[in-house]
Design a protein around this ligand. Sequence first.
Ligand SMILES: [Zn+2]
Length: 430
Amino acid sequence: MPGLNKGDIIALKNGKTAKICSKLGEGGQGSVFLAEINEKKYALKWYHKGTVKQPDIFYRNLENNIEQGSPSDAFVWPIYLTVKNDGEFGYVMNLMPNNYKSFTDFLLTKEKFSSISVVVNAALNITNAFRELHRRGFSYQDLNDGNFFIDPKTGDVLICDTDNVAPYGEALGIAGKARYMAPEVVRNITAPDVMTDRFSLAVILFRLLFLDHPLEGKRTLCPCLTEKLEQKFYGVSPLFIYDPYDTSNIPVRGVHCNVIRLWKYYPKFIKDKFIYSFSQECLHGSQRRLTDNDWQIAFTRLRDCIITCPCGSETFIDLKADSSVCINCGRKIPRPPVLKSKKYAAALFPGNKLYRCHTIEDSDDYTEVTASVVRSKNRPNVWGLRNLSDNTWNVTLKDGTTTEVPNGKVQIIVNAHKIDFGNCIGELEF
Ligand SMILES: [Zn+2]
């Protein structure tokens, strides 16, 4: 296997050249090098001869993906392709910035998320990236923890190993990684596609929140995982650890500690999404699986009920209950005012934010802030909603009068009844 060496000059299809600087890593299919193109540093993945099953189709697929461009900034997408060299080839991508840490390290608790809203942001970013990928007609085919890199302070996500991404209906011969593959792929009934991506996404999201595996409980504890058992646990008869109808695979104390600790903190509506996603109906019925968009709405709603307790820790608020208990200090927190719009209900607690999806009809943008809940400096018990959008709000007060709140100004929450954000109305519930 010749491979590449420091100083090698590699011709790219666009006529430029890449100079190999050093080796960054080694994988099953090839190696990744630090490379320089026009004095800028990149990563170059080089496939070893014989490691790609259908090299011509694979090469053409990479070429097509480069032409189409990345569906989302979250993907570390191929940007240049090399010229073939004695049957070997590679592609160039951006380097992974240092602040992104491997999801695998979070699962091994070598890395920690700085708060629960960071976890939820990561879930939103992963879900949105796959939504955009699927909307562009691609499927990823090989989702597993090794593909994800997350900033532990922000929840920003980068997804790598995008070389198996292919248009719907085209499989590149990759089956995926065990434990993440859909049961029908494990059983070899189907090739990976968008429906099997949906299953793998649900596994990734579960592991992100609970740091354990949704199908690994009491039943899967065995001294040696043989191929036959792997087929059983992940393919033929998978069983969710919190299946409400069959408790034979429940998490085991001392083994599945993360999920036992974390599961109880999360609101029922989000746990129900996982109970549904890993129900027998969805494990074996691919058409019923939640879409990326379903998940995006669910995680936006989940973020809407996170507040920062006076103890400094974030906690979940049950928007339907009179009070909630802080998951960190155990303090009882009375339900804060809630802003209800068409799709969402958001807790209005100091520090919380509203986004375009809350204040603009039919927007699903969960990233651009349009309002924030602030505390009065002189009277800390008085909370206001600051307009950070370009629209002037029309607020109906509790006494029936109306007032205008332009950008930068604050509406005292307790006085408000309804807010017309411009093209979406929110109602306050106390
Ligand atoms: Zn607390």
